[in-house]
Design a protein around this ligand. Structure first.
Ligand code: FAD
Length: 504
């Protein structure tokens, strides 16, 4: 047992970032060594949006030991197999970015190379999208859990959720408080720093109470109270690549299909989302205010709703970018306080989760002070996560044929980040997609969006030539038959959700 005083962590803010951080830390850090407190202000509230997620959230919930059916019932969740991008390339065109593979690798060569080769040697082949089980299920509004066995076509996808983020934060709050996280209600009005080190010593509440800690986790949202306002960490602005700076969000009654996917439809000023939950549908218009005024965006959004609403669209302003550092002195920022990228690929909650897991791996030991080497590694990972997500989002915008629309004309012509230029060139020349061990996005995700946005691979990996055309044809027909059978064995999504959430 350590004789050092217990290590005190103070989380500033109780939105999705704050409560996810509190839960992740409480689950992993030993209670006898680390005390965790969270301060939040009901009066200030939370950003109140954030309903679509990526499959990684299931790993987080599993780490906490949450019961999936209970979590879904509590948060009004539905399943999500991917995102449909409608009108992004041009009006009338659509594709799905699925959470899963296209086909399967043969002889160690990724499927897209066999698919490209089939076209070069006149073997009949279906559109690429038809070889993704997740796409096929999504298009037919079907769902079932992935098969466990590797090698079964039914195992080639994963899934995420659409959920009510406010209910999720409240659910995690109960989970945390039951496990010893101390919740403090109050508005922070001041921050004290140590003269010598510049570390944060304490935050002061409106009531006069001071809260001290060894490590402060800034989850204060766009205000970025500690990282920005106190420590003055610079902002890297990416508005020239991602010019959308506003969103209007409005819920409506459930209407239309309970799709197991998010719908994203490109519009003159940006794009509109549709996220079906069990009890309502979330809608929003993400737009560039220099190209479209908010009143026109509101009209376009309300026209698109497929259910009744009595709410007025809520306007949110933001900037695309990230802080130069997320860990400085004894302060780590997680969530909106560290950066923001528009919700096109539902990455914010993922970035929160990645930040929590990276922090846990580098967490200071009881009795130690913050080690700059740990902070340096954390900041390297933070930068990597953000930069990769940025490239992926920008890709959706650059390859568009929406000629004559000022925003889309600008996006088509803008200079790209070098890292994205390289990825596009590589795909064009050889059909090769980035393959990261860490972070987002998978090679299948890149393939979905590169091909979906109409970028054509001129050649394929020559290793695919090792398979003769007759064998290739047989394999394709066999794969198509297995996919067809697998799709028809899955249930209607709405029926599946109702049955699953009703289970005791
Ligand atoms: P907030 O929710 O703003 O929480 C900040 C907390 O800090 C609050 O508890 C507040 O009370 C507290 N606080 C602030 N100042 C003080 C103070 N002075 N004293 C005490 N407490 C204080 N993400 C996704 O993953 N998927 C999506 O589909 C998605 N859609 C989005 C759509 C839009 C339009 C926007 C803007 C964001 C979206 N996001 C999405 C991002 C997502 O909403 C956020 O990442 C997530 O909610 C985390 O927010 P947060 O906890 O960092 O900040």
């Amino acid at each position: 047992m350590s004789s050092a005083p217990i290590f005190n962590v103070l989380i500033v803010g109780g939105g999705t970032a704050g409560w996810m951080a509190a839960a992740g830390l409480r689950r992993i850090l030993p209670e006898q060594d680390y005390a965790i407190r969270l301060v939040e202000s009901e009066q200030i509230g939370t950003v109140g949006v954030g309903e679509a997620t990526l499959p990684h959230i299931k790993l987080f919930n599993d780490m906490l030991g949450l019961d999936e059916a209970e979590f879904m019932a509590e948060t009004g969740a539905t399943f999500k197999l991917g995102i449909e991008f409608g009108d992004w390339l041009r009006t009338g065109h659509s594709y799905i970015h699925p959470f899963g593979a296209f086909g399967e690798p043969w002889a160690g060569v990724d499927f897209q190379h066999h698919w490209l080769r089939a076209q070069h040697c006149d073997v009949a082949v279906r559109p690429l999208q038809d070889y993704s089980l997740a796409v096929r299920l999504a298009r037919e509004d079907r769902f079932g859990f992935p098969a466990g066995e590797h090698g079964n076509i039914g195992s080639t996808f994963s899934y995420a959720y659409h959920f009510d983020a406010g209910r999720y934060a409240a659910y995690l709050r109960r989970w945390c408080v039951d496990r010893g996280v101390e919740r403090v209600e109050g508005r922070i009005t001041g921050v004290h720093r140590n003269g010598g080190s510049g570390d944060i010593a304490a935050v002061r509440l409106e009531s006069g109470i001071e809260l001290e800690a060894d490590l402060f986790i800034d989850c204060s949202g766009f205000r970025s109270m500690l990282l920005d306002q106190t420590l003055g960490i610079a902002w890297e602005d990416w508005a020239h690549w991602l010019p959308c700076d506003s969103a209007l969000a409005v819920p409506c009654a459930s209407g239309g299909e309970l799709t197991p996917y998010t719908r994203s439809t490109a519009k003159a000023g940006g794009w509109i989302w549709r996220i079906p939950l069990q009890h309502r549908t979330g809608n929003g218009y993400v737009f560039a205010s220099s190209f479209l005024p908010p009143d026109r965006a509101a009209e376009a959004l309300l026209e698109q709703l497929d259910g009744e609403t009595d709410a007025d669209p809520k306007l949110l302003r933001f900037a695309a970018g990230r802080r130069a550092l997320a860990w400085k002195n004894n302060c780590v920022a997680i969530g909106l306080s560290s950066g923001f990228l528009e919700p096109l690929e539902s990455t914010s909650i993922y970035l929160i989760q990645a930040a929590i897991m990276d922090l846990l791996k580098l967490f200071p030991r009881r009795g130690s002070t913050a080690d700059p080497r740990l902070a340096a590694e954390y900041n390297r990972l933070f930068g990597m996560h953000y930069d990769r997500v940025r490239d992926f989002l920008v890709l959706h915008y650059v390859a568009n044929d929406r000629v004559g629309e000022p925003l889309w004309d600008y996006l088509r012509a803008m200079p790209l980040p070098d890292t994205l230029r390289h990825k596009i060139d590589l795909f064009r020349s050889r059909g090769t997609t980035p393959d990261y061990e860490l972070g987002l996005f998978s090679k299948d995700s890149w393939l979905a969006v590169l091909a979906g946005q109409g970028i054509v691979a001129e050649r394929y990996d020559r290793c695919a030539d090792a398979m003769g055309p007759r064998q290739l044809e047989q394999r394709l027909r066999d794969l198509e038959a297995r996919l067809d059978r697998c799709v028809s064995s899955h249930a209607d999504h709405g029926t599946f959700v109702a049955r699953y959430c009703a289970e005791p």
